[in-house]
Design a protein around this ligand. Structure first.
Ligand SMILES: Nc1ncnc2c1ncn2[C@@H]1O[C@H](COP(=O)(O)OP(=O)(O)O)[C@@H](O)[C@H]1O
Ligand SMILES: [Mg+2]
Length: 153
């Protein structure tokens, strides 16, 4: 089911986590999933739940200040990377190899705040997916999970 768009209203963080677990079931190595949404929307909450479902057992700290983190423990479905590009902005003018270690056909990569870098990030994917999370109110969010589209090489 790569072509479906799901749109849900998540009542509370538990529902965001459930959406993250559902996403995990659709993912395979080479996938890059871009997460957009304001600060506090629930991007990290959903990604952590997805990563747990994919077998990450240890702490999953925010990568805001490190740009990216890799998870390569035995017991995971695949190596995983979690990036937060909020502080980086676009990739224009950056060394093209800067983020290379976080992407690859054997790896699943989650990116918060893809921003200006969407095109470059897509080029590093086998399949690209997008999740948008919008604040509805303090107790709920609108979560839109797009299809995982194959990227032409
Ligand atoms: N569906 C939801 N309804 C209400 N609160 C939510 C929902 N999903 C997540 N939250 C809460 O919102 C906050 C989101 O924080 P975080 O995941 O760090 O956001 P982001 O990474 O988008 O900045 C957390 O406190 C989380 O518990
Ligand atoms: Mg976050």
């Amino acid at each position: 089911m790569t072509g479906t768009v799901t749109e849900i209203t998540a009542l509370g963080a538990d529902a965001t986590e459930a959406a993250g677990r559902e996403l995990a079931a659709r993912l395979e190595p080479g996938d890059v999933v871009l997460f957009s949404g304001d600060v506090g929307a629930g991007k990290s909450t959903m990604i952590r739940a997805t990563m747990r479902e994919l077998g990450v057992a240890g702490p999953i700290p925010s990568p805001t200040f490190t740009i990216g983190r890799s998870y390569e423990e035995p017991g995971q479905t695949a190596p995983i990377a979690h990036l937060d590009l909020y502080r980086l902005g676009g990739l224009e003018g950056e060394d093209p190899g800067l983020l290379a270690e976080y992407f690859g056909p054997d790896r699943i990569t989650f990116v918060e705040w893809p921003g200006e870098a969407e095109v470059e990030l897509s080029e590093m994917a086998t399949r690209i997916g997008r999740v948008a999370i919008d604040h509805v109110d303090a107790g709920s969010r609108r979560i839109t999970v797009g299809p995982l589209r194959p990227v032409k090489s």
